[in-house]
Design a protein around this ligand. Structure first.
Ligand SMILES: C[S@@+](CC[C@H](N)C(=O)[O-])C[C@H]1O[C@@H](n2cnc3c(N)ncnc32)[C@H](O)[C@@H]1O
Length: 270
């Protein structure tokens, strides 16, 4: 099965979200970080305080990038930055690149602000929005790289449609990336790896740069049926070596501790 096209009948329905709105309470340290650093590092892109949509009229275009990060500065966008360790480390090591962290969960946003403030990362900005909505208003070629590391796995079969990596987002990411731009992804969930291959391999406009062969079941399993994966027919897929620009976050560490394979992907926009 290949997941390549949107079901037109579902296009008019309410969008399926890849997250559940949780009231993530901030402890004292994160509250202080938010109060202290949000003016400097948090972009205001939503329709009203607390909303996760992207306000009408916002465009992720070159003028916006020039205004926020500086004229001609290349932009890397990470979708679902969690605590922000990864994007903060990258921003610290690459001061000439602009970084945009997209995260919906309050404590994650606050922690990323804390890292940005602590390390004085003037090339890093955070936006608390539903990431696919921002990519929907991105101009062609405005982003150099997009990163999506350890997206929420949504293991139940009926929740697979909530997975962040979807054909519509892939189309918008492709437009946002100039030719030669990269979408890097990683997951520790075999079934999500199959999902990424189904959405991305053979998708027009992307080339899978992987050089490793990985065997995966060719059918999906869900929460109650994960044990059956070994018995299912398998096929070989192409993946990449670990992206050297990624730091080890708790999500990857937990996957490794549980003995899971880490799947890395690098898709180049062609
Ligand atoms: C499993 S965590 C991984 C975090 C981080 N990438 C890491 O490797 O540590 C996935 C994150 O994606 C965020 N997320 C899920 N859907 C999102 C969306 N539509 N827009 C922005 N962030 C999203 C979640 O809130 C969560 O923090």
């Amino acid at each position: 099965m290949t997941i390549h096209d949107d079901d037109p009948s579902s296009a008019r329905r309410r969008p399926v979200l890849s997250f559940v709105r949780r009231s993530g309470r901030l402890d004292e340290r994160l509250r202080r970080a938010w109060d202290r650093y949000s003016d400097r590092f948090l972009l205001d892109l939503s329709s009203h305080p607390g909303a996760l949509d992207v306000r009408r009229g916002i465009r992720l275009d070159r003028a916006f990038v020039d205004r926020v990060w500086g004229v001609g500065v290349p932009l890397v966008v990470e979708i679902g930055t969690g605590q922000g360790e990864n994007i903060a480390a990258a921003a610290g090591s690459h001061p000439d690149i602009g970084f945009l962290a997209l995260e919906v969960y309050d404590p994650g946003v606050a922690h990323t602000l804390l890292l940005a403030g602590r390390d004085g990362l003037d090339n890093l900005r955070v936006a608390q929005v539903n990431a696919p909505e921002l990519f929907a208003v991105a101009d062609a070629g405005v982003v150099r790289e997009v990163w999506t590391f350890f997206p929420d796995p949504w293991p139940k079969m009926r929740h697979h449609k909530r997975r962040l990596v979807q054909p519509a987002l892939a189309g918008d990411v492709r437009r946002a990336l100039g030719t030669g731009g990269m979408w890097r992804l990683a997951t520790d969930i075999d079934d999500y790896a199959l999902h990424v291959h189904q959405v991305m391999d053979g998708r027009a406009g992307f080339e899978n740069l992987g050089g490793r062969t990985v065997s995966l079941p060719t059918e999906h399993v869900g929460k109650g049926t994960a044990d059956e994966a070994e018995m299912l027919p398998h096929a070989d897929f192409t993946e990449s070596s670990r992206f050297a620009g990624r730091v080890l976050t708790n999500f990857e560490r937990k996957g490794l501790e549980a003995g899971r394979t880490i799947h890395d992907f690098a898709y180049r926009a062609v």
